[in-house]
Unconditional design. Structure first.
Lengths: 112, 113
């Protein structure tokens, strides 16, 4: 059974600081997804990582994938308040059929 | 703008009622999914469908059933609602063979009293 674990689950940080959210998963997969969820809203796709060593960046967010370590990271650079949200990683464990298993989510709060 | 539409944002139902949650997508996607979201547990897969009239159990199907009579519509049914089914329910879809993740609906927050 595939398990996906994120840490930390809660993160409170100041504007301007850097931090990293970690996503570990238990079985082989080379497809990993990051989503953002604002309070009361649905999930919005952030990054799609489809191979070992993949790195994607959008603004102050950068995601990477190490399939050998079964680890993805979401790095936040010089955080700003509007990045406050819950971030989920998800791993595709059904080859070719795209069935995603989600982590617990990391609730990120960025304080002025 | 492509969309996954869930018919209700908020629902309150009584224990023992039969509850229907509806999801419609306008993207001609083959794959459709129902998840529930609970604090600290992330999203858990209830049922999914790869084509019309096809359905497969996810990780937590007990107490639920689904119907997919048309490609664009995937319904989640709570046969006899219970308080432990109070949750946020999220529908999602994706095209066959795509590796680009899901498009999610806006969610239905169901409270069973």
């Amino acid at each position: 059974e595939l398990k996906v674990e994120q840490n930390p689950l809660f993160l409170s940080m100041q504007e301007g600081k850097n931090y990293t959210i970690y996503c570990n998963y238990s079985t082989t997969s080379d497809r990993l997804y990051w989503y953002r969820q604002d309070p009361g809203k649905s999930l919005e796709s952030l990054f799609v990582l489809l191979s070992n060593g993949a790195v994607k960046q959008e603004g102050r967010l950068m995601a990477s994938l190490d399939t050998k370590a079964r680890l993805s990271t979401l790095h936040i650079t010089a955080a700003v308040h509007d990045l406050s949200a819950t971030y989920f990683c998800a791993v595709d464990y059904h080859q070719g059929a795209q069935k995603l298993v989600f982590g617990q989510g990391t609730r990120l709060t960025i304080n002025p | 703008d492509v969309k996954v539409t869930q018919s209700s944002r908020y629902l309150v139902k009584r224990t023992g009622e039969k509850v229907f949650l509806e999801c419609v997508q306008d993207m001609d996607h083959e794959n459709m999914f129902w998840y529930r979201q609970d604090p600290g547990l992330g999203l858990r897969l209830i049922y999914f469908s790869y084509d019309v009239k096809m359905k497969e159990k996810g990780d937590i199907p007990e107490g639920y059933s689904v119907s997919r009579e048309k490609k664009e519509r995937f319904s989640l049914i709570l046969e006899s609602a219970s308080t432990n089914q109070t949750s946020m329910y999220l529908c999602a879809s994706s095209p066959r063979g795509s590796f680009h993740g899901y498009t999610f609906g806006s969610g239905t927050r169901l409270t069973v009293v």
